[in-house]
Design a protein. Structure first.
Length: 133
């Protein structure tokens, strides 16, 4: 809808006090980096696991399912705790996520063993929240 585009442009160009516009631009940039890291990793992960760990489709699907269920449960609890109790902002949560995904890729790319998949998932999905607490 053209109205949504116009509203977005007005929001981004509106003068604001206290560097709020810079915070909006920073948040958008961090969110774009997070999305690029997340979807870039997911697009190549099966081929990587097939070649490096010699996993078939069933084993990859089972391992990915386990990691996804644990990740969703942990993140629901951790984000609620960080936002409500420790008063973390969206910007700080996104920065933590970007750094943790970068750590995940380093871990999985340097240690080419099967256990590195799970260690990398821990680093990428959970370590940032534990480190923040």
């Amino acid at each position: 809808d053209v109205g949504n585009v116009r509203e977005t442009v007005v929001t981004l160009m509106k003068p604001r006090t206290g560097h709020i516009r810079l915070a909006i631009y920073t948040l958008i940039g961090i969110l774009l980096a997070y999305i690029m890291l997340y979807f870039g990793l997911q697009a190549e992960m099966y081929q990587f696991c097939e070649k490096v760990y010699h996993w078939g489709p069933a084993q990859y699907a089972n391992n990915n399912f386990i990691v996804s269920v644990v990740q969703t449960t942990f993140m629901t609890l951790a984000v609620t705790f960080l936002v409500r109790k420790l008063k973390f902002t969206d910007e700080s949560l996104l920065m933590i996520s970007v750094v943790s995904y970068f750590g995940q890729q380093i871990c999985m790319g340097t240690v080419l063993k099967e256990y590195a998949y799970f260690v990398g998932q821990f680093v990428g999905n959970y370590f940032a929240y534990i480190f923040s607490i």
